[in-house]
Write a protein that binds this ligand. Structure first.
Ligand SMILES: Cc1cc2nc3c(=O)[nH]c(=O)nc-3n(C[C@H](O)[C@H](O)[C@H](O)COP(=O)(O)O)c2cc1C
Length: 204
C-alpha cells in the first residue's frame, strides 16, 4: 500500500551556509547578509551556518597541493573543508567590484574542490551604479568549474547604499520576492542533489 502524504516524515531542515563576501571596514554587505539571515530564520526550513569571511580570515591560498587532492597541510584549510563539506547548500552575498565579484570570496572558493561539488548555490549580488549583475555574471563560471549548481533565481541590489539606513538593509518587495524564489529553489535542489551525491558514492 502506498503511503499517504500525511504519513510522511516531516522534511528535515537544509544546512545552508550563508557567506558574506566583503571584509571591508564599513561594508554594506553585512547589512544585506543580516537581512538574508533574518528572512531565512523567519521562513524556517533551513539550519544556517553564517560565515563572515572577515572572521574566517583565510590567508591567500597557501596549500602546496591542488584542492582536488584533498591533502591539506594547514589547519585553517582542514577546518574550512569540514565546514563546507557539512553544508547542503550555499548562499553567497557578494559585492560587485570592478565588474567582477568579491576577491575574498574567490579565495575562499579556491581553497576547496570536492566539498563544493554537486551542491546548489544562490546569489545575492549588490553594487554601486553597476548594480551587481556583472559581479554575478563573473561568479557563475567559477561556480560551474567547482560543480556547484547555481539557482536561476537571483537577488540583484543596485545602488545598495540607498537602501541601508542605520545599518539595516531595507528591501523592496521585489527583492524579498526574489529571495523567496531563490530559497524555494535551494529547498527543491538540495535533497535532489544530495541523492545524486549519495548515488555517486555508492557507484564509486
Ligand atoms: C574598488 C571598488 C570597485 C568597485 N567597482 C564596482 C563596479 O564595478 N560596479 C558596481 O556596481 N559597484 C562597484 N563598486 C561599489 C561597491 O559594489 C559598493 O561600494 C559595495 O557597497 C561594496 O561592498 P561592501 O560595502 O559590502 O564592501 C566598487 C567599489 C570598490 C571599493
Amino acid at each position: 500500500m502506498s503511503a499517504r502524504i500525511t504519513d510522511r516524515e516531516p522534511e528535515s531542515p537544509i544546512k545552508l551556509m550563508v557567506v558574506i563576501g566583503s571584509v571591508r571596514p564599513g561594508r554594506l554587505g553585512l547589512s544585506v547578509a543580516l537581512w538574508v539571515h533574518e528572512h531565512i530564520t523567519e521562513r524556517g526550513g533551513f539550519d544556517i551556518d553564517f560565515v563572515d569571511l572577515a572572521e574566517l580570515n583565510l590567508p591567500m591560498v597557501d596549500e602546496q597541493r591542488l584542492p582536488k587532492a584533498q591533502l591539506y597541510s594547514r589547519r585553517h584549510t582542514a577546518a574550512w573543508s569540514a565546514r563546507v563539506a557539512d553544508a547542503d547548500a550555499f548562499l553567497f552575498v557578494s559585492p560587485e567590484i570592478n565588474s567582477s565579484f568579491s576577491p575574498v570570496l574567490k579565495n575562499a572558493l579556491d581553497y576547496l574542490f570536492h566539498e563544493w561539488n554537486r551542491k546548489p548555490v544562490g546569489l545575492v549580488s549588490y553594487g554601486g551604479r553597476g548594480g551587481g549583475a556583472f559581479g554575478a555574471a563573473a561568479l557563475r563560471p567559477v561556480l560551474s568549474e567547482l560543480q556547484l549548481i547555481t539557482a536561476s533565481s537571483h537577488v540583484d541590489i543596485p545602488r545598495v547604499s540607498s537602501q541601508v539606513e542605520d545599518g539595516f538593509f531595507l528591501p523592496d518587495g521585489k527583492q524579498t520576492a526574489r529571495l523567496d524564489d531563490l530559497l524555494d529553489e535551494l529547498r527543491a535542489l538540495a535533497p535532489a542533489l544530495r541523492s545524486v551525491r549519495e548515488s555517486a558514492l555508492v557507484a564509486s
